[in-house]
Design a protein around this ligand. Sequence first.
Ligand SMILES: NC(=O)c1ccc[n+]([C@@H]2O[C@H](COP(=O)([O-])OP(=O)(O)OC[C@H]3O[C@@H](n4cnc5c(N)ncnc54)[C@H](O)[C@@H]3O)[C@@H](O)[C@H]2O)c1
Ligand SMILES: O=P(O)(O)OC[C@H](O)CO
Length: 368
Amino acid sequence: MTEARKSPEHPAKVLVFGAGNFGSCLADHLGDSAHDVFMWSRSARLVEHFNTHHRNPDFLKDHEFPACIKAVGPEFPSAELVRTMDVLLFAIPTQGVRETLTALKPTLDMDNLPLLIFVNKGIEIGTHALTLDIILDTCGPEVAKVATFLSGPSFAKEIVRRQPTSVSIASLSPEHAERASDVFHQPWFRCYTLDDPIGVELAGALKNVYAIASGIADGLGFENNTRAMLITRGLAEMTRIGTTYGANPLTFLSLAGVGDLFLTCSSSTSRNYTVGHRLGKGEQLQDIIDTLGSVAEGVSTAKGLKEVIDELGVSAPIAAAVYEVLYEGKVVAERAKELMSLPPMQELELPCAGKKAKILMRKLGIAE
Ligand SMILES: NC(=O)c1ccc[n+]([C@@H]2O[C@H](COP(=O)([O-])OP(=O)(O)OC[C@H]3O[C@@H](n4cnc5c(N)ncnc54)[C@H](O)[C@@H]3O)[C@@H](O)[C@H]2O)c1
Ligand SMILES: O=P(O)(O)OC[C@H](O)CO
């Protein structure tokens, strides 16, 4: 990018939880944006290496980070450190969010809360909780009402190369979404705000399941038509599931929705796509997880999602097929054939679209 970075009017003190691919890539982005950045890791080896060499020994290994970023850990950040922060950024897998927030809660000054930004994309195993629910359970409604969620098509390794990137940022509090956008926004990193955190969270979590499906199809040797079908029908399933949660169906057309779905379903950079591709080629799930070296949230999300769609009675045949391949030992090629053998159905059956159409059909005397 030729455009110079914009220095923030008010540089923020930011503590990033998680020093994996995304935590360290966002620390890099914020450090380069003239914020004062700390990054917590549970690994003493990583902390020592990062502070000495300005490189992450485990993730984005080729990248040199700005010397201003300080790694902290392995002990959990102290109340003294947390209370000096303007922003807490959570870049840990969804299954670790409850544990992290439970440890964090006693360190928070509830009268002077920092801005809390979450970037994980998944559903909690066992509870089906979204991160907003986990925040509510662990930190209470005062924190949940102002928490913000950053999501969208954003591979870590492309962000550190300053590839033009855009994301959605959502919160129940529009003011806090704006504040988070101000922290991140740069000429190479555009932020768009939304007031639908549930839709944004669901979109980010669910696209990972469809990325596995898309990878499976490619691994089986299917081509472009098949991928376009999976992306489009995946979007229909995501939107149907989202509207049952009260999410705005338009959120699924955002960067966090179709933007990230398209990215993750069509690139071998995606870990979720890679899991699917290797399954399609005949590898065993456990072997893939053991050698991936990084989290693929779709694997755990597929489990929670299956329970959700069964409970709500929502039609989501692709998500159900991914679950059966991952957890019930269904043969991928056979399950793909079964999906294609489903009877024909109406293409769009969103509850909201249905409501409007029914009024018109009543006026036309076609329906009661
Ligand atoms: N990598 C990307 O391009 C990308 C982009 C957007 C969003 N995300 C999302 O960000 C989240 C993190 O992904 P990532 O790519 O950094 O994963 P990663 O596997 O590269 O790193 C995860 C990091 O979190 C740490 N961790 C795991 N459990 C923890 C716990 N209980 N407490 C504290 N730390 C814990 C791990 O040690 C590791 O350092 C995921 O939800 C992912 O979907 C990733
Ligand atoms: O590597 P994946 O599949 O976790 O995808 C990473 C991000 O979610 C892309 O936006």
